[in-house]
Design a protein around this ligand. Structure first.
Ligand code: DC
Length: 222
């Protein structure tokens, strides 16, 4: 099996890149952030503080999180309910960043992520795919862009969705998540030693996909 690991900070364009590259390569695209988001969403819904490690850990056995693929598109389920849309809010983003710092949460999701890569060729994106989840991945990319560029993209995306927010607020949230995701004790966001750094500041999505696909081909993997 072939695994392509894409890590990087929030808003670097990981999901757009990974989805398009997976389509071109005929691989399964797995967005691991959706798993952390689903757990965070479940906690918020149950009135559990996502920063309270003991409370989250106690609630965790009751969380039934599952990924399913509908015509190649990933959907995330909580106890049989499709929550793929509900997990895409600012509040859930911040809560996901909080719960992802809790070791029991990461342990719970690790084998699930590895099982997909055992059975399929995958492009998997997240924060620790190349370092922890799939250290054997044949291609590893650390995708980044300046915080300002990432905030600008997010700001435009929110406007398009009819959920306008101030640019300064979006930038502050991006910086806060960067800080949390990079400085947590367990599996912090960091490039794997053998990863290729891809900075998408000023690079079009099409160009980023072309670069990734050529990396995979150059590695003799497709
Ligand atoms: O990629 P995303 O924005 O959907 O991820 C939401 C949060 O989940 C992010 O702030 C950090 C966490 N996460 C993680 O810790 N490890 C991963 N492999 C994926 C996401």
């Amino acid at each position: 099996m072939i695994a392509v690991a894409i890590d990087g900070p929030a808003g670097a364009g990981k999901s757009t890149l990974a989805r398009a590259a997976a389509k071109e390569l005929g691989f399964l695209y797995i967005d691991t952030g959706a798993l952390y988001r689903a757990i965070a969403y479940c906690m918020l819904r149950g009135g559990v503080d996502p920063s309270d490690a003991a409370a989250v850990e106690a609630a965790l056995p009751g969380v039934q999180v599952e990924l399913k693929f509908v015509q190649g598109e990933q959907r995330v389920f909580l106890g049989g309910e499709d929550v793929s849309g509900a997990i895409r809010t600012g509040a859930v983003s911040m809560a996901a960043s909080r719960v992802s710092a809790i070791p029991a949460v990461r342990a719970r999701l690790l084998s699930m992520q590895r099982d997909f890569a055992r059975n399929h060729n995958v492009v998997m994106d997240g924060r620790d795919i190349g370092t922890v989840v799939l250290p054997q991945a044949q291609v590893k990319v650390f995708l980044t862009a300046s915080a300002e560029e990432r905030a600008r993209r997010r700001f435009l995306e929110l406007q398009q969705k009819g959920q306008p927010a101030g640019y300064e607020q979006v930038l502050a949230e991006i910086r806060q998540r960067d800080e949390q995701d990079s400085h947590r004790a367990i599996s912090p966001l960091a490039p794997a030693a053998d990863s290729v750094l891809l900075d998408t500041t000023g690079v079009s999505p099409e160009e980023a996909v072309a670069r990734l696909v050529s990396l995979v081909r150059a590695a003799g993997c497709a």
